[in-house]
Design a binder for this molecule. Sequence first.
Ligand code: ATP
Length: 533
Amino acid sequence: MNARHQGSVRLSPDQWRVLDMVKDGKNVFFTGSAGTGKSVLLRQIIKFCGKSAERDKSWGGVAITASTGIAAINIGGCTLHSWAGIGLGKGPLNVLLRKVFASGRNNEEEDGAEDSDSYESKPRKQSALERWRTTRVLIIDEISMIDGSLFDKLESIAQIVRKNPAPFGGIQLVLSGDFLQLPPVPDRRNGASVPSTFAFEATSWESCVGKPLHLRKVFRQRDQTFVDILNAMRHGDVSPKAVATFNRLSRPVHYDDGIEPTDLYPTRLEADRTNHARLRAIKSTPYEYRAQDMPGRDEHGQPIPAEKMEKLLTRLIAPQTIILKLGAQVMLIKNVVQGQFVNGSVGQIVDFITPFEAKQRGTRVALTENHRSDRDVGRFRGQNRNSDGPPEIPIPPTLFQSARRWPLVQFQNGHTMLCIPDIFEVNNANGHIEAVRRQVPLILAWALSIHKSQGQTLERVRVKLERIFEYGQAYVALSRATAMERLEIQNFDPAKVRAHPLVIEWMKFQESGPAKDEVAEDIEFWSEDVDFF
Ligand SMILES: Nc1ncnc2c1ncn2[C@@H]1O[C@H](COP(=O)(O)OP(=O)(O)OP(=O)(O)O)[C@@H](O)[C@H]1O
C-alpha cells in the first residue's frame, strides 16, 4: 500500500512536500493562513523525528521548542529560551554565550557530587552546552514571536559552540508560524515598550531557512467565498463586498441545544468578566475542583521548589481551581477522541455524576493516554469497547471507588462525556517533567480572549470587534470560525482590520507566483497516524 494512504490521515500535497524536505534533512520554514494545518503538520514532523531518533540512537537529538510557554505546551516541548540556556535572552552575544558555557561547567561539577536525593529516579541531566552540541533538529513553533536580533545571536551561539561555520552551526531548522497572525507581546522595560524585530529581519534568516514554504489548502473552512474574504483580511484588505458580508453577519444565531456561541474578546480581562458574570447568574450548586499540583525536576535534575512550580503552572490553560455549575458552558482542553471530543470542543454541563454512575448509564468517560498508567488498568483491558470505534481506554478501577462527582458535558455534536481529571505537564529543556497539574480538562467557554483562541477551531463564534487593538487580531478572531452561518460579528469596522506593513512588504518578495488559498475538498475523518517509513 502506498505509505501516503496508510492510516486515514491525508496530508495535503503542500504538507507532504514540507515533511519530505524535513526527511531529506533540509531546513524549512513553513507558513500559511489560519487553518491550513500547520499544527497538524508540525505534530507529524515531531512524530517522524521522534521515531527516527528512537530507531537509530546515533541519529541525534530533537529539540521541540516554541517561542511562548503556551505554544510549547501545545506541542509537548519547552520554550526556545529554556532549551538554549539563555535565561531571558537579554544582553549581547558574549553574555548569552557565557551562560551556555557556564551550564556545561555547572553540570560537570554536579556530576562529581554525591547524589543523596531520593526524590525519584533522577533523569540524566544534559546541560544547555550539551544540547547545543548534540541536537540534530531544532523545531521552533510560533517563530513569528521570536525577535530577529535574538535569532542572529542564537545562530552565532550554534556556530561557536559547535565549531561549525555552516548556517545555524549545521543544526537542521524546522520553523513554523504565520507572521500575519498575532505579533510578539512587546518587551516592557521600565514601563516603556521596547520595539522588537521580526525573525525574518535577522541577518542570518535567509541563509538559514531561505524562502518560506506555503501551505495553501485550508481545512478549517469549506466555503471558498469565506476563505477568500479571510485571506484578503489576513493581508489587511477588506473590500466593500466583504464589509457588506460581515455586516450581514451581525444577526444573532440561535441554536436549539442551548449551547451558545463563544464570545471572543481582545483582552483576557473582558473574557474573564463575562465568564464569571454568567456563572454567577446560575443559581444552582457550585462544584469546586482544585487541581493536584506536583513538582518535577529542572533541567539540572534538581527538584523544583513549590514557588517555582506555581509559576510554571500558570502557563497551563488548566486553572488551579475551577468552579462549575449545572448549565455552565465549557470547553474541553484535551484531545480525547480525534474528530469528536477535541481540544476546543464546546459544550454544556448537564449533570454531575460519579464514574460508577457513568458506567451504569453507558456514558463515555474522558480517558486519555494519561490514564493508562494506572496500576490496575491491565486487569480490565478489553472490557470497555465501543462497537463502532477504536477500543476505548479502560476506566481505571480506582475511579469507581470514588464517590466524587465530575461534570457530565453535552457537546455540540450531541454526545455526552464525563470529564474526569487529566494530567497537564510543563516540560523542561531535556524533555523531562518540571511540574504536573491534575485537573478537570475544562475551562469556562461563554467567552475567550483572542490570544487564547489562537490555534483553536471553533464551531460557533461571536466576535466583538470594537476594542481590537493589535495587528492581525481581527483576522485571528474571525478565522477561528468554521462557517459563516455560525459566525456572528458585532460592530464590524474595516479600520480594525490591520496587517503589519513590514510583514506585508516582506511577503511580497516571498510569494512564489499568484497562488491562492483553496478549501480542501473531500475531507474525511482521519487519525493523525501516518506511516513514515
Ligand atoms: N491533512 C488534513 N486533513 C484533514 N484535516 C486537517 C488536515 N490538516 C489540518 N486539518 C484540520 O484543519 C483544522 C486546522 O488545522 P490546524 O489547527 O493544524 O491549522 P493551523 O494552520 O495550525 O491553524 P492556525 O494558524 O489557525 O493555528 C483542524 O481542525 C485540523 O484537524
